[in-house]
Ligand binder design. Structure first.
Ligand code: SF4
Ligand code: SF4
Length: 162
């Protein structure tokens, strides 16, 4: 699961390859690992079925690796890693940073805005980033991936409650 590492390709520059799409490259990269038998990508349109299934069984090659490298260079400090909890203990307000940023990812990059807003609405208010504006941003210093966490949280709250 979560093999697209944030799924930001639609909102990044120059992620269009004439030979291979980023999702296809990601599927081929994951499946090139001999310890992995399958992957479970999000399918939010029927066109994804054709695109993703056509990558199955195709070996990783230079073109696909170049797409992966391009994505990593552009996105590495922009997306919150699923399952990461590194910054949570640094927050004095107990904000569920990872959950908030995951719902924002669903909203901005997965095309599932309504579901993302519903998930966010179900969160306990005291886990939401309601006090972030007045905080120095301890979470940012704790993030090993260099995310600008505080502005991302404030932006996430705005879009998920619009
Ligand atoms: S900005 Fe402050 S309150 Fe908001 S999540 Fe980061 S550490 Fe917590
Ligand atoms: S913001 Fe950074 S440290 Fe915090 S959960 Fe996301 S990836 Fe991990």
């Amino acid at each position: 699961m979560k093999i697209f590492a944030g799924g930001m390709q639609g909102n990044l520059k120059s992620m269009v390859s004439p030979e291979v799409s980023y999702p296809q490259a990601a599927i081929r990269w994951v499946m090139s690992n001999p310890d992995i038998d399958t992957c479970i990508p999000t399918l939010s349109s029927y066109s994804h079925v054709e695109e993703y299934v056509s990558a199955s069984g195709r070996p990783l090659d230079r073109a696909a690796l170049a797409v992966i490298r391009n994505y990593r260079e552009q996105a590495h400090n922009l997306y919150c890693r699923v399952s990461c909890t590194e910054c949570l203990s640094a927050c004095p307000n107990n904000v569920a940073v990872n959950d908030v940023l995951r719902y924002a990812m669903y909203f901005e990059h997965y095309g599932t805005e309504k579901e993302a807003m519903a998930y966010y609405a179900e969160m306990e208010p005291d886990r939401k980033p309601l006090g972030c504006a007045d905080c120095p941003g301890y979470c940012e210093k704790a993030c090993p991936y260099g995310l600008k966490v505080k502005p991302r949280l404030l932006h996430s709250h705005d879009i998920l409650t619009a």
